[in-house]
Design a binder for this molecule. Structure first.
Ligand code: TRP
Length: 333
């Protein structure tokens, strides 16, 4: 029996290079050797988008297209729409009773996001508890491995605690997952200040057309002290070089450029020109596959419908075990 992988994305916008480096790449790599579920987490997206359901709806297909474009193969990987698996919501309700509000308020990712969004005391209850619903996502499919970016580690940690507490209080019927964090450092945004993120407006999307990619790269933050071409420049924390590290296969060229940049004499314009070429080489086939798939919306819906059905079956099995462990199997069938 293959081990199970589960990951997910909130459908609040198209996926970007940070998603690729942080998680998509690993999913494509592992989809053959693991049973892979990929969740389009629309319920989680609604936890801070209650007033914009149309945004969530529109992005279901966008995210699905991004998956297919980067090489997720629907014949081996299962793409699931979260809200159409009510078993996840039911699991969430049971888990909520074994998690404290204090523990949720300590979750570092939730804390950061609450600050970023300026929620304060007016945080939607659903948002505060989304780590629990994410634990339900992960355990519903019996995931052993969760390929995620570093910022998601607190979610996996909280899931493991729920699994352990569930086992202690009821029975050990849930799989304790492990995070799989990529070795490459996480990709900064084009502002060089934060991780790449849709809400911070510093992302390059997998579906961005060439002129937008070029414009974004040209406007990228670099070393602010590198004013004249001859000035020595700093490579560390310079996002242009972080992107080259992530996407340029010619490591010799990249290290030569770094050396030259440090010594002085290599202009930002030249480095950015290289980056635009490298990104085009990466994005062009993705864009092409994306527009191929986009021509057949009925086929996308078929893939989502089938995946979601398969997902429900898996989640239903877990839920039956959970209900039995909690003595809720009243009819015993
Ligand atoms: N919280 C994740 C993010 O913001 C998305 C997500 C939802 C997820 N459910 C998941 C990730 C389950 C891994 C496993 O990116």
């Amino acid at each position: 029996m293959k081990k199970v992988i589960l990951t997910g994305d909130r459908p609040t916008g198209p996926l970007h290079l940070g998603h690729y480096v942080g998680s998509l790449q690993k999913r494509v790599e592992l989809q053959q050797s693991y049973e892979t579920y990929i969740l389009i987490a629309d319920m989680q997206a609604l936890t801070d988008n209650a007033e914009h359901p149309e945004k969530v709806r529109d992005n279901i297909v966008e995210v699905a297209l991004d998956y297919l474009a980067v090489g997720i193969d629907p014949k081996v990987a299962t793409i699931v729409i979260q809200s159409l698996v009510p078993e996840i919501a039911e699991l969430t309700m049971y888990y909520l009773n074994i998690v404290t509000v204090a523990r949720l308020q300590r979750n570092p990712t939730v804390k950061t996001e609450m600050k970023q969004k300026g929620f304060g005391a007016h945080v939607p209850a659903g948002f505060l508890v989304y780590p629990v619903s994410q634990a339900a996502d992960i355990t519903a499919f019996g995931a052993h491995l969760v390929p995620v970016g570093e910022d998601q580690l607190p979610m996996i940690e909280q899931t493991r605690e729920i699994v352990q507490d569930f086992a202690r209080i009821y029975q050990p019927v849930l799989v304790e997952p492990e995070a799989l964090v990529p070795k490459v450092p996480r990709l900064p945004g084009i502002d060089g200040q934060n991780k790449m993120s849709k809400s911070l407006g510093n992302a390059i999307y997998l579906s961005d057309p060439p002129d937008i990619v070029a414009r974004k790269v040209k406007g990228m933050y670099t070393d602010p002290k590198h004013i004249h071409v001859d000035d020595p420049g700093t490579v560390e924390g310079n996002p242009v070089f972080s992107y080259l590290d992530a996407f340029d296969h010619d490591t010799d060229v990249v290290s030569a450029m770094k050396q030259h940049y440090r010594a002085g004499g290599l202009g930002d314009v030249t480095v950015k020109k290289r980056l635009i070429e490298v990104l085009e080489g990466f994005l062009e086939p993705i864009r092409r596959r994306r527009s191929e798939f986009a021509k057949d919306p009925a086929e996308i819906m078929r893939i989502l419908r089938e995946g979601t059905m398969k997902g429900r079956t898996a989640a239903g099995r877990t839920l039956a075990n959970v209900r039995r462990a909690m003595h809720l199997d009243y009819y015993q069938d």
